[in-house]
Design a protein. Structure first.
Length: 103
């Protein structure tokens, strides 16, 4: 019996006027050749984070040199993300921020 691929809820990053979205587990975010493009700013790495869908929710993992936070908390390993969460791309207080929307 063949197993059909599950349709994942859309993960959307809202960064100012820019909106990037995916339904692909393993999608990368950054300013390089990635699935979720972010603005070209100093604190954003070419491949800054990876988003995976597991256990019914989206998770973020840091891949960048500048670190990242979710709702002000530094991310080490994988961290769950949900609608309304704020991801800051870098550890500086003025680092680029994106709002998460799921669904």
């Amino acid at each position: 019996m063949e197993r059909r691929n599950q349709v994942l809820p859309v993960l959307r990053l809202v960064t100012g006027d820019l909106v990037a979205e995916t339904r692909t587990s393993g999608a990368r975010a950054g300013r390089g050749s990635v699935e979720l493009a972010l603005p070209e700013v100093q604190t954003v790495s070419r491949e800054h984070a990876r988003f995976t869908f597991s256990d019914g929710q989206w998770w973020i993992a840091n891949l960048g040199m500048n670190g990242l936070t979710v709702n002000g908390q530094p991310v080490a390993g994988e961290h769950p993300v949900g609608t309304g969460d704020v991801i800051r791309w870098g550890m500086r207080p003025d680092a680029l921020a994106s709002r998460v929307e799921i669904g």
